[in-house]
Design a protein around this ligand. Structure first.
Ligand SMILES: [Zn+2]
Length: 116
């Protein structure tokens, strides 16, 4: 395969080239590229599971467990943020069908109404 030999070429020592994070296409300087920011955060719907026993013991127990957890891990449980650079066609593909499952994408306003 012709593509194989290209892998053994020495990497250029010049500045890092941008590539589409999805299709790995080179995105030369000046070309159209899109920044995709993904944020996720835990949504609380106000529902607390009924705790069997003393609720204060339960909270102490939870706090103890959190003490043992890495702070970063807790943060990631609550909110996460990712940033990707995409070419136009990958960005379009993602925006039309983020999970590639051919389901309709709802406008964000529709979804927000269902949560709060
Ligand atoms: Zn792409």
């Amino acid at each position: 395969m012709a593509a194989r030999s290209a892998e053994f070429k020495r990497k250029e020592p010049t500045m890092k080239k941008l590539r589409c994070h999805s299709c790995l296409k080179d995105l030369p300087a000046g070309s159209l590229k899109y920044v995709l920011e993904i944020k996720s955060f835990a949504d609380f719907d106000g529902y607390l599971e009924e705790y069997e026993g003393n609720i204060e013991d339960g909270i102490d127990c939870l706090l103890d467990a959190m003490d043992e957890m890495d702070e970063k891990a807790i943060e990631q449980d609550v909110a996460r943020e990712m940033i990707f650079i995409l070419c136009k066609s990958c960005c379009d593909k993602f925006m039309n069908d983020p999970f590639q499952n051919e389901r309709t994408v709802y406008a964000s306003d529709d979804v927000k109404g269902t949560l709060h």
